[in-house]
Design a binder for this molecule. Sequence first.
Ligand SMILES: NC(=O)c1ccc[n+]([C@@H]2O[C@H](COP(=O)([O-])OP(=O)(O)OC[C@H]3O[C@@H](n4cnc5c(N)ncnc54)[C@H](OP(=O)(O)O)[C@@H]3O)[C@@H](O)[C@H]2O)c1
Length: 317
Amino acid sequence: MINKNIKIYVAGHNGMVGSAICRSLKANRYLHVIGKSSKELDLRNQQQVNDFFKDEKPQIIIDAAARVGGILANNNYPYLFLMDNLLIQNNLINAAHENNAEKFIFLGSSCIYPKLAPQPLKEEYLLTASLEPTNEWYAIAKITGVKACEAIRKQYNKDFVSLMPTNLYGPFDNFDLQTSHVLPAMMRKFHDAKINNNADVTLWGSGTPMREFLHVDDLAKAVLFALQNKLPNYLYNVGTGVDLTIRELAEIMQKVTGHKGSITWDATKPDGTPRKLMDNSAMKNLGWEHEVNLQQGIEQTYQWFLNHVDQIKEVKI
Ligand SMILES: NC(=O)c1ccc[n+]([C@@H]2O[C@H](COP(=O)([O-])OP(=O)(O)OC[C@H]3O[C@@H](n4cnc5c(N)ncnc54)[C@H](OP(=O)(O)O)[C@@H]3O)[C@@H](O)[C@H]2O)c1
């Protein structure tokens, strides 16, 4: 059992993932959870990070801080996506190591796996072939984080572990059409079209790629599981094990938002990886499983969106 007074630092606690993890820690009565915004502590700055660790000495670190974005942002800002993520994670991992933290949970994403890897994606497929070019900058940074945690685990026998969630959605997502991921972008497009006299909606690509989506509260439960248990391996996928086409997702979104117009598919825009389904059997065998059904999760998230429509997050680069 982990002592509920242990000092836990959630890096990126204001983000969609970080805030879900904080909600889950609070619900499970962890009493000493700390966080800093990027304005208070720029994690790209090594000196600031080292000073923070020296002062605070967190015993457990959950790294949910990253420069995150969809295909468009990744494509347009390759250096930012590579370098910001490398700097953030290197500073955190090394400071945690040097300050003898007990545990480090690193969050990456399913884009670390090769573009044409067999499906469902197993952890062992890491570094077996080329990445999807549209997000390889982000993916290479994340792979480096996974490997840094694996190396510390091997060399120093420390509990540094990496969780790779599939596509996430939920409250506090980024709904900016230039920088967001597919699900929140679709929600925003259908909502805006609905209130604009059910205008037509144009969606990117062919609609045929298959994607898997996990509610962020389910990921937070997986993080809690990794916090409370010493996981035997260095890398775990976190997903539902079920995927659908982007076209099917659009149909759910249209139904949930109540949009009555038509949909056009813009095939001049990139599709990305044809399929990205995670094999979640390793986490499942240890005892974690998702709970939120996709349609219900989208309904809840749209309700949250409607309740926060004046203050929804729009991440600008
Ligand atoms: N969203 C997804 O679909 C998805 C899927 C798989 C994996 N993940 C992983 O989950 C993690 C979090 O993603 P998210 O969706 O929660 O992203 P998010 O909502 O954009 O949150 C990212 C957080 O990182 C912090 N951050 C960024 N740059 C920083 C800097 N230089 N210094 C300090 N803090 C900084 C931000 O802090 P401020 O708010 O204070 O600026 C923000 O709270 C990432 O590692 C991502 O790879 C996300």
